[in-house]
Design a protein around this ligand. Structure first.
Ligand code: UGA
Length: 439
């Protein structure tokens, strides 16, 4: 079986590599020649644990190839995944220009029955637009080749993407013909050995599933952030409350960690897009509007604690920041809450000395020279007035507290991810501020 994956971003690269890993011949296509050249030499554009090893392995066994030519690649592939970017458009809805451009190109070069699969997160109704774009090109060529468009949303988490792909909880596929169902079932068979289900449904439902899943997860987070803020006011400890509710299987203990707001390339974009889709169709997503509002507020919470602690005067104060990426195990800085924090501290006249185990290059690219980038977490503390935990990298969980105390001007810690225990921190002599915790 041969497949082509168009787009070598996060989703495309992981998808292509994991299919190659189970024995399928894969060509990954991208218009960015430099990226393709690098990939052919085993140089990856993103950091994702385990991905580089798999890419290099599958290049050398000949199953994974990279090319800039969709024309050549599509001609003998039975399945084409569209995994190009869908950045937020001007009005909050996903910009489909790249998806539809790929669809047209597929229509220009397709020669046999193929299943065209949308893998990018796309609004309900996109598969139909893809279908029309391909059909139009086939008509221009006076060809009558049959094809199917399927929707196969991905549920990968950055930082755990390889595992999520190879051992998925479920695979969701929207199809409109038995033939497409058979092709997709065969393709995913190697991933279903552990009894994980492949769920077939109609195309619009599959498209909606992706948005509903991310929106539900974002809702859990915002809900917990709201509860955390109330816990502080009422003298409760959200860590206890989280354990208390999470042990109810109906609620579950995942994705109920309060923090400094969700970030990344998915939740903020998808929540906005679903609100927008609903509005365009005359419906108001009241819960999601609140989810978004809570998230915006939550990004300000840690800064407000800092500002209050220093009586509204951060002029000349230096803040040590541990972590910059939107979550651990990734170098992704998109919509990272750290950006809002850095901005607020700088605007208030403070300075930032930061360290992130992986995202330093990416952070410098986005933030520039406005902050100091340190060699390690301890260097951030030199002459700093407080420490802020921004991303819960495992590297930061069990630090040398004596060293922190010695290096910092004041033993003050603002823990945006609740990685430390407030009581223990107090016993160690720190002034500690968590999210929704009792200090
Ligand atoms: C998310 C979904 O979890 C994936 O299933 C989905 O495939 C992906 O979006 C996507 O649409 O491509 P991802 O953005 O990689 O994955 O990251 P998550 O692990 O979901 O975290 C998102 C944000 O929520 C992070 O900022 C994280 O810090 C925050 N979060 C997560 C919390 O604040 N609390 C939690 O309990 C969990």
């Amino acid at each position: 079986m041969k497949i082509v994956v168009v787009g070598t971003g996060y989703v495309g690269l992981v998808t292509g590599t994991c299919f190659a890993e189970v024995g399928i011949d894969v060509i990954c296509v991208d218009i960015d020649a430099e990226k393709i050249n690098n990939l052919n030499n085993g140089i990856l554009p993103i950091f994702e644990p385990g991905l580089e090893t798999l890419v290099i392995k599958n290049i050398s066994n000949g199953r994974l190839k990279f090319s800039t030519s969709l024309k050549q690649s599509i001609s003998d592939a039975g399945v084409a995944f569209i995994a190009v970017g869908t950045p937020p458009g001007e009005n909050g809805s996903a910009d489909l220009q790249y998806v539809l451009a790929v669809a047209s190109e597929i229509g220009q070069y397709m020669n046999n029955y193929s299943v065209i699969v949308t893998k990018s997160t796309v609004p309900v109704g996109t598969a139909q637009k893809v279908q029309m774009a391909i059909q139009k090109e086939l008509e221009n060529r006076n060809l009558n080749i049959s094809f199917d468009v399927a929707s196969n949303p991905e549920f990968l988490k950055e930082g755990a993407a390889i595992d999520d792909f190879l051992k998925p909880d479920r695979i969701v596929v929207g199809i409109s013909s038995k033939q497409a169902e058979e092709v997709m079932r065969k393709l995913y068979k190697p991933f279903l050995l552990n009894g994980h289900p492949i769920i077939f449904m109609d195309v619009p439902s599959a498209e909606m599933t992706k948005y509903a899943a991310n929106s539900m997860l974002a809702t859990k987070i915002s809900f917990m952030n709201d509860i955390a803020n109330l816990c502080e006011i009422m003298g409760a400890d959200v860590n206890m409350v989280r354990k208390g509710i999470g042990s109810d299987a109906r609620i579950g203990n995942k994705f109920i960690y309060p923090g400094i707001g969700y970030g990344g390339s998915c939740f903020p974009k998808d929540v906005k897009a679903l609100i927008k889709t609903a509005a365009e169709n005359g419906y108001s997503m009241k819960i999601l509007q609140a989810v978004e509002a809570v998230n915006e507020y939550q990004k300000t919470v840690l800064f407000n604690k800092l500002n209050n602690r220093f009586q509204g005067n951060l002029e000349g104060k230096t803040i040590a920041m541990w972590g910059l990426s939107f979550k651990p195990n990734t170098d992704d800085m998109r919509e990272a809450p750290s950006l809002v924090l850095v901005d607020s501290i700088l605007k208030a006249g403070g300075n930032v000395q930061a360290f992130d185990p992986v995202a330093m290059k990416e952070a410098r690219h986005i933030i520039g020279d406005k902050i100091v980038y340190c060699k390690n977490e301890y260097d951030t503390l030199i002459n700093a007035d407080a420490l802020m935990i921004v991303t819960e990298w495992t590297d930061f969980r069990s630090p040398n507290f004596d060293k922190i105390k010695t290096l910092l001007n004041n033993a003050i810690v603002f823990d945006g991810r609740n990685i430390f225990d407030g009581k223990e921190m107090n016993e160690l002599g720190f002034e500690y501020y968590g999210i929704g915790t009792r200090n």
